[in-house]
Design a protein around this ligand. Structure first.
Ligand SMILES: Nc1ncnc2c1ncn2[C@@H]1O[C@H](COP(=O)(O)OP(=O)(O)O)[C@@H](O)[C@H]1O
Ligand SMILES: [Mg+2]
Length: 327
């Protein structure tokens, strides 16, 4: 299991009565000028555009990957890969096992270097920035690793507190308030704080992982197979939680998933990774029209069709002929 979570960045607290995590000051990365709770809350609301499936707005993309190539030895994972993620989108990254989904995320968050190409995050080319800027950019994003990756020897409290303590600027009192608030945000009672990860269900572990990933109020959240291993009810609860966080924090989310229901319920766009590139990055009703064996088997098999039926009626109507045939 990965040992260290990606450090997040302090950005915006979300509730009156809970102290803001002071934002690091940087010449190169814009940080909120104020740490007053009220100011930051209204600032967050004002800067949070509505969820949109369109990239045509004026806002600069949060993530821009251009002509990316990634090789391990002679094994080419990505070749001429492009991906754009707009603000407040929820991108579902889908693709066969081993197609390079996790590797793509690891490059975007700077845990792996591309062999070639450009990746910019929040307008910074992450392949050419200095370490300090890289550190600050990482603080603006949170990550839920594929296997939860909680520290097994630490309590729930200490797991969530860990990125806050790494700042070395917060008092334990403040850390306690933030941790308890994050627990509440992910739907866990404060009584869970003293539990060990081994005492938690899979769904609870994911929630704690999310609480840690949002500890520093990131603007960008990466989720690697967040509902894998969860039963259907826990998956639905997880989807509700992400939807709620997306709504309240205006997060941009990039989520690797095989879970069709999660894709239909959350994704503003689906990016399909196949043949070493992103074949299509579009709303699911456009994706399913692309003639490709992976897309066909993933979305238009029995499970895929059933999941597509959960789309809102207007979106479903756009693909009615695809849903009707072959039954
Ligand atoms: N550090 C590494 N060294 C060598 N090969 C790797 C490394 N990380 C991933 N790979 C290979 O890259 C390919 C894509 O892996 P991954 O991104 O984990 O796929 P996915 O998440 O889509 O299942 C796989 O063939 C995997 O074995
Ligand atoms: Mg993976």
């Amino acid at each position: 299991m990965p040992k260290s979570p990606v450090p997040d960045r302090s950005q915006t607290p979300a509730r009156a009565g809970v102290p803001a995590v002071p934002a690091p000051v940087s010449a190169s990365v814009p940080a909120p000028a104020s740490t007053d709770v009220g100011d930051v809350i209204s600032g967050a609301a004002a800067s949070c555009p509505p969820v949109s499936s369109s990239l045509s707005g004026d806002a600069e993309p949060v993530i821009e990957v251009r002509d990316l190539t990634k090789r391990y030895g002679s094994h080419t994972i990505h070749e001429h890969l492009d991906l754009t993620v707009g603000q407040s989108e929820i991108i579902a990254l889908v693709g066969g096992s081993g197609s390079g989904k996790t590797t793509l995320i690891r490059q975007i968050i700077g845990l792996e270097s591309p062999t070639n190409g450009h990746i910019s995050v929040f307008g910074h080319d992450i392949t050419s920035i200095d370490r300090r800027t890289s550190h600050l950019l990482r603080r603006r994003s949170g990550m839920l690793f594929q296997r939860g990756a909680l520290f097994s020897a630490m309590t729930v409290f200490d797991n969530i507190a860990q990125p806050l303590r790494e700042l070395h600027t917060l008092s334990e009192d403040l850390i306690r308030d933030v941790v308890m608030y994050k627990l509440e945000m992910v739907g866990l009672s404060g009584r869970m704080a003293n539990r060990m990860p081994s005492e938690l269900s899979g769904g609870m572990i994911k929630r704690v992982g999310i609480a840690r990933a949002i500890a520093l109020e990131p603007e960008l959240l990466f989720l690697d197979e967040p509902t894998a291993g969860l039963d259907p009810q826990a998956s639905d609860e997880f989807v509700d939680m992400i939807r709620g966080l997306h709504h309240s924090l205006g997060l941009t989310v990039v989520m690797v998933t095989h879970d069709l229901d999660t894709v239909m319920m959350l994704a503003t766009r689906v990016a399909v990774l196949a043949e070493r590139k992103v074949l299509v990055n579009a709303p699911v009703e456009d994706v399913v029209r692309v003639d490709h064996p992976f897309i066909h088997s993933f979305f238009l098999g029995e499970r895929g069709r059933r999941a597509l039926l959960a789309l809102p009626a207007a979106r479903r109507a756009r693909i009615s002929e695809l849903l009707d045939d072959g039954k």
